[in-house]
Ligand binder design. Structure first.
Ligand SMILES: [Mg+2]
Length: 215
């Protein structure tokens, strides 16, 4: 019998660009507080590395707290999409009979909203989605990876992510194939490959469709 292939994806800055979520949240905040021009101001603050919400509240003398803006940021329904090459890659993996999973660190509401809007249920079953807040462990905790190994004891595994500090180290140790989607300049967290070898991915790719040739 053919060996079952399981490919587990990271979400943010792997299946879509997290900066698009950030822009969507800034747009929502600007609309909510009724100052459309605040959108560009927040983007500029973000790019300048400032504390965005604190700065915008002071500058526009808003009657909102940082926590209130954070709540909008985290809980809004994001305007984000999968790019067409990612959709094509996921379709091709599915057509090949590959089982796909998702392992993402973050809040349940925030990550669930993203998963829903991106339509990831087209490729990934509910029981193959791990969100750190609801699962109780986040990367690189071994429980996250063992969850999939227990579900598919006969399978071979690949992890596709972008964050060198936590995505690959445990997967490497457990014998998974590890694949890093390279930053195209838009990632929220910059990639530093000058780290201990145990943290490095086995492969680097520029597009999700390259996963097809690595499994
Ligand atoms: Mg990521």
């Amino acid at each position: 019998m053919k060996t079952q292939q399981v490919v587990v994806f990271d979400l943010d800055d792997t299946l879509y660009k997290e900066v698009d979520f950030l822009k969507s949240a800034f747009r929502e905040i600007a609309d909510t507080i009724g100052h459309p021009e605040v959108y560009n101001f927040m983007l500029k603050c973000y790019r300048d590395g400032e504390n965005v919400f604190k700065t915008v509240i002071e500058r526009y003398n808003l009657s909102y707290t940082v926590d209130q803006l954070l709540e909008i940021y985290r809980n809004h329904k994001p305007d984000i999409t999968l790019n067409t090459s990612t959709v094509a890659a996921l379709n091709a993996l599915r057509d090949r009979g590959v089982t796909m999973g998702l392992m993402t660190d973050g809040r349940t509401v925030t990550q669930r909203n993203k998963i829903k809007v991106l339509g990831l249920s087209r490729w990934i079953g509910e029981n193959d989605i791990l969100i750190s807040e609801e699962f109780g462990y986040g990367k690189p905790d071994i429980h996250c990876y063992e969850y999939f190994m227990n579900r598919y004891p006969e399978a071979v595994f690949s992890y596709v992510g972008d964050n060198l500090s936590k995505d690959f180290v445990t997967a490497n140790r457990l014998g998974w194939n590890t694949i890093c989607l390279l930053d195209d300049g838009r990632n929220i967290f910059k990639q530093d490959f000058d780290i201990d070898e145990s943290y490095l991915p086995k492969h680097k790719i520029c597009s999700i469709n390259e996963v097809l040739s690595l499994i």
